[in-house]
Design a protein around this ligand. Sequence first.
Ligand code: ADP
Length: 406
Amino acid sequence: MKQSCILLVDDDTALLQALPQAIYLRMKDVTVDTCDSALDAIERICSCEYDAIVSDIKMPGMDGLALLGKVQQVSPNTPVLLITGHGDHNLAIQALRGGAYDFIQKPIDRDYFVAALARAIQIHQLRYQVEEQQRALELHARSLEQAVEERTRELTAANSAKDEFLSMASHELKTPLSSLKGMTQLLRRKLERTGSTDVPNLISMENSIRRMEVLVNDLLNISFIEMGVFELHTMPCNLNVLCQRLVDEYVIGTNPQPIVELHLPSEQIEANVDVERLGQVVINLLSNARKYSSASIYMALSYDETECAITVRDTGIGISPELLPHIFDRFYRVPGVEVQRGSSIGLGLGLYISNQIVESHGGRITVESIPDSGSVFSVHLPYLSVQPTEASAAADDASLSSQPHP
Ligand code: ADP
């Protein structure tokens, strides 16, 4: 226990001598300072922190209640005990209301006085300990905060270094890969002309190169998205023509060629899109449908009053409802899934990137899937216009003229 320090204030010099003696007789590790006026007491309080202050309530000049008010301003944690005259109940109540810790009535019962003083000292020391612990906790919290901030800064720096590396590496891989692809195609055509038996090897080389291209493009796209430099170059585009072209290219470029049933509306739908990026989304949906189904794929373009939709439907393995919310997450692949056709290669990035692309067009991708029955992925987009084709306009005219006149 540390040495406690008490200040005794009284204009009665006899009491000022008697009380310290009573304290020293009954308490250990205590120092008592005395002074005979409230003004003198204030000077001391300003220069020293006391564990308790005992003051007479009635003193010439500044009285005990005024001193109490001053103590609460200068040293609010220090308990103040006020000595009241016999029967001064009103003053005692005033003292307690004014924030005094306790009051001692004259004539002073020494044991009662020392017990009250000991309690006051204990309270002060406990308050001091609580404050110390609070300060230590605040310090610890601040140092933790700093550590977290520093770690976050390091992680952010490491993350952007990773993004830059990914972007650089995938960019650097793109050029040699496309020249490799060009040379392989050239060689395959040459060998086809000579009727060489090496043609199948060249075809499987081309397929491998194509898969590598998909992976490299996924990495390049993801690094652009992460670095916030993923740009769209949109222009008005006829979606009927685009869908037809994409399906044709996809079927011709895939070995063996899949069957894709395409249903287009008789009206021409025009939308503001980045043709390359939207093409990437549709091809990704088509190749997923092929990967996870062994039957033909159904694709449709449709519209209503508010938006248009490109829908890709398969009758394959489907996705269970609890996994469905995750399939647009980065690097997510449904665990333990065997692909039905084509290559299982993939980073679990295709749908994540597709979703980002569609969202930057102001649209959204929705999915409905039933395990063992198949999946329907729909790309919903805002459109610019819906124009009837000549054929559909003629059909409309014909149906109007065939209606009976009123
Ligand atoms: P990946 O590159 O692995 O194909 P995607 O992001 O395109 O990544 O797809 C994420 C996961 O969603 C796939 O690994 C697959 O498990 C599931 N998935 C996507 N499309 C289909 C589908 N048509 N049928 C069943 N599962 C699918």
